[in-house]
Design a protein around this ligand. Structure first.
Ligand code: GLU
Length: 505
């Protein structure tokens, strides 16, 4: 077991958009595999036809393309353990269902939904298990002949796992330590349904982990209750010796209050819980995604990595390689991890300001295009360089830099009241003349010329410079004034000054 090559998998069910907790699970698998020099596998667990959502798999694939998390094997990627979509593995599961039936670890059950319903209504806390199975309609209570007859007639059935009573099941979890469960609390889980010829999650999950030679099952805490059953299944299939190690990751909790982070929390508090925007086919409002909110994927990964894990010291900004180098499941928290969106924005801001202007401009250009604006790449680079210090997201680059692409479409009322003085029109016309005649228009020379002029006229610099800023941006804030004039250029600067003089009182 110990000298096996590390192989981990991310095994989403295509039932809708990937939740941000799922992204974190995939990330931890990726970091773990990277640290061990092992393989990362994508497996699509699409055995629940009722919950299957078209487009969900494509969404998952697009998410990891954006996040730049490469899988070594998966649907469309190849690999020698495929197919990687469970719906394409029916014959594989059939074989193991047969094996479990033959070794009497499982049995056929013919109870109709109505019969089960009636039983549940009659018996409080009814559970299909060792204490009740002999009262039910299954191959244990029927003669072999009767069972055969039903199967031949094509009566619908399920195959149930036969969980024996009175056993203590131990799960050694790499995050949570030893977890023990009494087998009596488990029910005889359905492993297979004749109605669609598909296994249920439990059987498919265990069989595939074994056949794909998975060494570590790293998944969300919500799957911890399934782990004892999976241990029993490994045993029943004779695979105990090659059972993977389990690691159940801490739940993502609401930013405020108790309980699991849900989509509703995102809606309520105004942040996304999905990596990419998602619209269902029922025509409801699209759900926002981190990408569309202007998150850099590197920032999102760093933020998610630190939600439920720490590098063992107090570093917060870590590159992908750094995270990989020190990734250790022992440093995952046992308790839930609060999802702090504000902290996420902080990470994004840190990454944004550190990102080089050219790369940032490329991410920003589509936002301009979407608004029907065009600009030279070089110009856009300079703009993002000036405003990135202030922006918390790519989208905010627009909020802070819009005036570089079009004159302000109005002047902020409060700023006008405070900053546009009686003397402003006259002073700005004079300033326009000074700017029109200065020899060079770079930030330094313009600043120098304007300062000298203000001194010579004994003008209060604050009054003039604030009014100039208002004329250029329509607001009271923004980057360094002469960086702006230099970038806007002489012509545009003068045009905006004259426009303000005309339009403001
Ligand atoms: N298909 C399960 C899910 O959607 C996988 C759980 C596991 O990783 O075992 O999360």
């Amino acid at each position: 077991m110990d000298n096996r090559r590390t192989r981990v998998r991310f095994a989403p069910s295509p039932t809708g958009p990937l939740h941000i907790g799922g992204v974190r699970t995939a990330l931890y698998n990726y970091l773990f595999a990277g640290k061990q020099g092992g393989d990362l596998i994508l497996r699509i667990e699409d055995t629940d036809t009722q919950r299957f959502v078209p487009g969900a798999e494509a969404y998952i694939v697009e998410t990891f393309r954006w996040l730049n998390i490469p899988f070594d094997e998966g649907p469309g990627l190849g690999g020698s353990y495929g197919p990687y979509r469970q719906s394409e593995r029916k014959p594989v599961y059939r074989r193991y269902v047969q094996q479990l039936l033959e070794t009497e670890k499982a049995y056929y059950a013919f109870d109709t939904p109505e019969e089960l319903e009636a039983k549940r209504a009659a018996v409080a806390n009814f559970q299909y298990d060792a204490s009740t199975r002999m009262q039910m309609r299954n191959s244990l209570t029927m003669s072999g002949e009767e069972t055969r007859r039903r199967l031949e007639e094509g009566t619908g059935y399920v195959v149930r796992f036969r969980v024996e009573e009175g056993e203590l099941i131990r799960v050694n979890d790499l995050v949570r330590g030893e977890v023990t469960v009494h087998s009596s609390v488990l029910d005889d889980k359905v492993l297979y349904k004749s109605s669609d010829g598909l296994p249920t999650y439990h059987l498919a999950n265990v069989v595939d982990d074994r056949l794909m030679e998975i060494t570590h099952v790293i998944r969300g805490e919500e799957w911890l209750p399934s782990a004892p059953l999976h241990v029993l299944l490994y045993r029943a299939l004779g695979w105990e010796a090659s059972m993977p190690q389990f690691a159940h990751l801490p739940l993502l909790l609401k930013p405020d209050g108790n309980g699991k982070l849900s989509k509703r929390d995102g809606d309520r508090l105004g942040f996304p819980v999905f990596p990419l925007a998602w619209s269902d086919d029922k025509g409801s409002e699209p759900s926002p995604g981190f990408r569309e909110q202007g998150f850099l994927y590197e920032a999102l990964l760093n933020f998610l990595a630190l939600t439920g894990w720490n590098p063992g010291d107090d570093r917060e900004i870590l590159s992908r390689d750094e995270m990989m180098q020190c990734f250790d499941l022992a440093h995952c928290s046992k308790n839930g991890a609060r999802f702090d969106y504000e902290k996420g924005k902080w990470f994004n801001h840190q990454y944004l300001r550190a990102k080089d202007n050219k790369a940032l401009a490329e991410l920003f250009l589509p936002l301009l295009k979407a608004r029907g604006l065009e600009a030279e790449a070089e110009y856009v680079e300079k703009v993002v360089g000036l405003v990135k210090e202030r922006a918390g997201s790519i989208n905010e680059l627009w909020e802070h830099g819009a005036f570089f692409f079009a004159p302000p479409d109005g002047y902020d009322e409060k700023t006008v009241k405070k900053r546009w003085k009686e003397t402003s029109p006259q002073q700005l016309s004079e300033l326009a003349r000074v700017l029109a005649s200065c020899e060079r228009f770079d930030a330094l020379s313009t600043e120098q010329t304007v300062k000298e002029w203000m001194e010579s006229r004994a003008y209060a610099p604050g009054v003039i410079l604030n009014a100039l800023r208002l004329a250029l941006t329509g607001e009271g804030k923004g980057p360094h004034l002469f960086d702006m004039t230099a970038l806007l250029g002489r012509e545009e600067t003068l045009r905006r000054i004259h426009r303000a003089i005309e339009q403001l009182p």
